[in-house]
Design a protein around this ligand. Structure first.
Ligand SMILES: C[C@@H](NC(=O)c1ccc(Cl)c(S(N)(=O)=O)c1)c1ccccc1O
Ligand SMILES: [Zn+2]
Length: 259
């Protein structure tokens, strides 16, 4: 049986096929800002993002989320990172209703969705596949989505075409010159960071998480577009509630780049 988010193949069952699910650096976590340690080292070496436009970005529906695969050289460095990390893909997790959907929570509060920009350590490893199971292999930007009456212009290029990848294994190419930098919040200097894992199988403990304090704002119609995606072919269930609930922080240190 393949893993998923249903009752018989959801997060509570993943440990059977992926024992690391019971590990000590699993993600997501509940972010409690008052428990975070403000670390000036994070600001002395500011996080820098050098994303470039994608000539033809491939958007696909692998059945559990919607994913955009990145081909051009878009890199990040600084903050908690050593070396340069290259953007590999981005995808989202969302709920069946606005009250749930994010993976990380903030003081126990869930957001309607969470955007993940997945990078791999290109200084040390030659591909995402090589980096995915190394302790310093990956760095993921976690961005909360909140509802507003205006659509998010950067996401609009994706939400306007989601109907074309409604079914599993469908993929399309997005308009020319899409720059993923349009997905980031205005202020990327305020974030929390901790050592964690992939939140989907294989759940490797290889991720330096960088979760931004500032959410991006999307419209209810854009959320409806994500909820109209299907897990399989025509008539299959919608992709909703594809989030893993938070795991214990345990002995890990949650650091903040701000007071
Ligand atoms: C759901 C999606 N997961 C990833 O691709 C994924 C890869 C790396 C990271 Cl770091 C994360 S995460 N959520 O921790 O940011 C998610 C997926 C999994 C398996 C097959 C197809 C497929 O699309
Ligand atoms: Zn994710």
């Amino acid at each position: 049986a393949t893993w998923g988010y249903g009752n018989d193949n959801g997060p509570a069952t993943w440990v059977k096929s992926f024992p690391v699910a019971a590990g000590t650096r699993q993600s997501p976590i509940d972010i409690v800002p008052t428990a975070a340690k403000c670390d000036t080292k994070l600001t002395e070496n500011p996080l820098t993002v050098n994303y470039s436009p994608e000539p033809a970005m491939e958007l696909c529906n692998p059945g559990l989320s919607v994913k955009a695969n990145i081909k051009s050289k878009s890199v990040i460095k600084g903050g908690p990172l050593e070396g340069e990390y290259k953007l590999e893909q981005f995808h989202l997790h969302w709920g069946s209703a606005d009250k749930q959907g994010s993976e990380h929570t903030l003081n126990g509060k869930m957001f309607p969705a969470e955007l993940h920009l997945v990078h791999y350590n290109a200084t040390k490893y030659s591909s995402f596949g090589e980096a995915v199971d190394k302790p310093d292999g990956l760095a993921v930007f976690g961005i909360f989505l909140k509802i507003s009456d205006k659509p998010h212009q950067g996401l609009k290029s994706l939400t306007d075409v989601l109907s074309e990848v409604q079914y599993k294994d469908k993929s399309i190419n997005i308009k020319q010159e899409y720059n993923p930098v349009c997905l980031l919040p205005d202020n990327i200097n305020k974030y929390w960071t901790y050592l964690g894992s992939l939140t989907t199988p294989p759940l490797c403990e290889s991720v330096t998480w960088i979760v931004f304090e500032e959410p991006i704002e999307v419209s209810e119609d854009q959320m409806k577009a994500f909820r109209a995606l299907c897990c399989g072919e025509c008539g299959s269930a919608p992709i909703v509630d594809n989030y893993r609930p938070p795991l214990p922080l345990g002995n890990r240190q949650l650091r903040a780049s701000f007071q």
